[in-house]
Design a protein around this ligand. Sequence first.
Ligand code: ADP
Ligand code: MG
Length: 399
Amino acid sequence: MASFHTLDDLGDVEGKRALVRVDLNVPMNDLEVTDDTRFRATLETVNELSGRGAIVLLLAHFGRPKGIQSPDMSLSLVTRQYGETLGRPVRFVDESAGPAVAEAIATMGPGDIAILENTRFYAGEEKNDPELARVMAENGDFYVNDAFSAAHRAHASTEGLAHLLPSYAGRAMEKELKALEAALGNPERPVAAVVGGAKVSSKLEVLRHLVTKVDHLIIGGGMANTFLAARGIDVGKSLCEHDLASTALEILEAADKANCIVHLPYDVVVAREFAPNPPTRIANVHEVEPDEMILDVGPAAVEALADAIKTCRTLVWNGPLGAFETPPFDKATVDLAQTAAALTQSGSLVSVAGGGDTVAALNHAGVADRFTFVSTAGGAFLEWMEGKELPGVKALLRA
Ligand code: ADP
Ligand code: MG
């Protein structure tokens, strides 16, 4: 695996200034943080650095202020609750670069922790302006990137800084990179990928990349309909991107050439209306009526998919198999997720999943903590599944 400096490579940091890029972009309702998952993801790194006596300066973005100082997107709004998650008070500094930060540091001691203001209040952040990165770097002795979820952006605080200071992957970043490497970089074979979700169009690059990488490609969700239709199957009123038929056929051909077995559902759950618990029936894909919609993979296909992943050592999963938010169309996703979780727990499968709705679906199935690794990074996880090099990760690579 490409190698990174981690916190293990840091020497004595007592009294040293650590600029630590984290993800504090938590959801809020009025003035309350409604989900502190992202806060909790930073704790290992922050506690370790603080415990080792560093002066910990947290850099993060919050919302999309587009270079304008916007009080409703100030990180001061989350500082108190971050301190509650951390279990100790945290300071807030109302700039993230320049003399105001230096003045605050002068009043801090070893182990102290401060959140610096939203990096996106500076126009130079999203432009990766070298001058902004230089001014930010003046307030640090070293840089730690612990925000995998922001690593697909080449911004001053996610990429630029890594070129100016000794740079290290934080603990969460390190875990994420190791898990992703185990899943697609250098996986144990055979490897299966599950790709589901609404549309082929949002995951074309993912599919194109995966067919060259995995032994089994399991296609479910709305996007399976596009593939079925491309093969001449009438999918009725199902969500389907008919204009992508030739693209779908190209992907199937590429899979064939690469010896990747593509699994499309052969039985499906259909309904005439998309509502909770409507009348449904299980149909062979060739028997979908013109006024019916495919909303989930059928039970026989799910059993075959379970058999396929039982032969595999590695599984990577993005996208639910059906419209899982609406019962009973969660069944295929829940069943296959439970199979994957059981195989993982028995030690025969490395399972890595990611994607906003995928995480929600695995939580709904009650298995998220029984997968090897579940990534909460949305865009960054998808770009990694597309085989792209993430600029924030690349900048951390050892020279
Ligand atoms: P992720 O956020 O994990 O990348 P996506 O956003 O690609 O996943 O897809 C999730 C959405 O796909 C869910 O809202 C789900 O309801 C929808 N979906 C899955 N299967 C179907 C289907 N057969 N018909 C319509 N929508 C579907
Ligand atoms: Mg989504």
